[in-house]
Design a binder for this molecule. Structure first.
Ligand code: AHR
Length: 495
């Protein structure tokens, strides 16, 4: 098959917010206990964090890590997780039916963020708790000293304030599965009053209000409008969450999800613009896609684990190569919507729906989805440019006329080098692609695997990486079922 990609330096979508490359660690399954934290592990540092895991996280260059949930946060008492470890309570976590020993809490998480060079994005509990508890946590974290809670932090051993800039006002509050779920009116009011108190405590913080838990929620749209009506003036971002499935091995439909994500983003962006026009608000409300990923293996395979244990092993997806292609495609959608999506968290980071897996007491290794995220995060910074793609399309259960190529173009922050990220969704045919770009000579990196269901193991990766030069007049051949990165160095880069 044949395709053409046209990119002009003048056709700018937006500078890419580096927070597009963020992730998420929840007190869920083995994300924390035997994931990032395992005192006694041969690689554990003095604080109990696994250095082998940190070594796999650092190259991802994550801007932010969201914490501590997720559904977990809706029953969380943050006070349980600070102070001397030996006196912290063990509780039942009703979100995930596990035991929470509170050995990792807010302060330890701050240390972990520093260890992996990321910023924290903290969520407050708007399920079982109120505005006061949320404002208290801002005081504990961000006030330098001289107040009860800031001095309490100092007495716990963290002299300097944590300076947490980004906060989520609860999590998925429309979901019946949420601890103390709310109607849009109830949540909107609570988010409004909580936002006011949190910003009065520290005016420099930014706040994310909960949008719908996913696009299929029956209240989608109404929820967003009602929440914005109540708390719009106090917030900076509205959240989107969506996980994508592969039903009955239908990979073409899985790979069409990037288009569905695009539609979802555009719908929420339109609602935010509508609110802005109605209210005359100056600064647009940004979108925080703070949970996105592929999620279906564990559920399809009927995975379960005994309840009320610490680090209950759940939702440990074993991602295959088709999932890696899907993640690569979803990333192109996020880049192509960089004008509205300012924050995006790959959910999650370790063991739970994660690009990184661990064995308790043993090895840490990467899943297939790690590779496209790593390369996009490392090379996808700068300015998003509109890529005009002319390519054949296919029909599948997820939709008609799905283009065979997903593509995003990024102009480097310095110099004028261009990087294209392209997924060839044809499972059987290569795509011969001509580039109509300012520079046409450069390097093509392609990721493929022996089969769509190939997986990584602790012993190694199934992914094959090939690097070739672009052909004459900017011609590249993208293998069937491949993720590709085309790097076209600019004049300033010496080409
Ligand atoms: O990321 C796993 C869970 O998915 C989160 O706890 C919740 O917010 C979402 O439903």
């Amino acid at each position: 098959m044949k395709a053409a990609i046209r990119v002009s330096r003048d056709d700018v979508i937006s500078p890419i917010d580096e927070r597009l490359y963020s992730s998420f660690v929840e007190h869920m399954g083995r994300a924390v206990y035997t994931g990032i934290y395992e005192p006694g592990h041969p690689s554990a540092d003095g604080d109990g964090f696994r250095e082998d895991v940190a070594e796999l996280i650092r190259p991802l260059r994550l801007a932010h890590i969201r914490y501590p949930g997720g559904n977990f946060v809706s029953g969380y008492r943050w006070e349980d997780g600070v102070g001397p470890r030996e006196s912290r309570p063990v509780r039942r976590d009703l979100a995930w039916m596990a035991l929470e020993p509170n050995q990792v809490g807010t302060n330890e998480f701050m240390d972990f963020c520093r260890k992996v060079d990321a910023e924290p994005m903290l969520a407050v509990n708007l399920g079982t708790r109120d505005a006061q508890a949320a404002a208290d946590l801002v005081e504990y974290c961000n006030v330098p000293g001289g107040t009860y809670l800031s001095d309490l932090r100092r007495s716990h051993g963290w002299e300097a304030p944590h300076g947490v800039k980004l906060w989520c006002l609860g999590n998925e509050m429309d979901g019946p599965w949420q601890i103390c779920a709310k109607t849009a009116e109830e949540y909107g009011r609570l988010a409004c009053e909580t936002a006011k108190m949190m910003k009065w405590m520290d005016p420099s913080i930014e706040l994310v209000a909960c949008g719908s838990s996913n696009r299929e929620m029956p209240t989608f749209g109404d929820w967003e409008r009602t929440v914005l009506r109540h708390c719009g003036q106090y917030i900076d971002y509205l959240s989107l969450h969506q996980y994508y499935r592969c039903d009955d091995g239908d990979v073409p439909s899985l790979l069409a999800r990037s288009g569905q994500m695009d539609g979802f983003i555009r719908e929420v962006a339109a609602i935010c613009r509508e609110y802005q026009t109605e209210t005359g608000r100056e600064k647009p409300i940004g979108l925080s896609f703070d949970e996105w990923n592929v999620w279906y293996h564990w559920q399809n395979e009927g995975g379960d684990a005994p309840r009320w244990v610490v680090g209950r092993p759940i939702e440990e997806e074993r991602y295959n190569f088709a999932d890696a292609l899907a993640v690569g495609g979803l990333l192109t959608t996020l880049i192509n919507n960089a004008d509205t999506v300012k924050i995006a968290c790959l959910a999650q980071l370790v063991n739970v729906l994660a690009p990184i897996s661990t064995q308790p007491g043993g090895r840490a290794w990467v899943q297939t989805t790690y590779a496209p995220f790593l390369l996009t995060s490392r090379c996808g910074r700068g300015t998003a440019l509109r890529a005009e793609v002319d390519c054949p399309a296919y029909d599948c259960a997820a939709g008609r006329d799905v283009p065979y190529l997903d593509c995003a173009a990024v102009l480097a922050p310095a110099g004028d080098g261009l990087t294209l990220f392209v997924v060839n969704k044809s499972l059987t045919e290569e795509m011969v692609c001509t580039l109509d770009t300012p520079v046409r000579t450069g390097e093509l990196t392609s990721l493929t695997a022996p089969a769509l269901d190939s997986v990584n193991t602790p012993e190694g990766t199934c992914i094959r990486k090939t690097v070739t030069r672009t052909g004459p007049k900017g011609c590249v051949t993208l293998p069937p079922a491949s993720w590709n990165m085309i790097r076209l160095p600019g004049r300033a880069d010496g080409e």
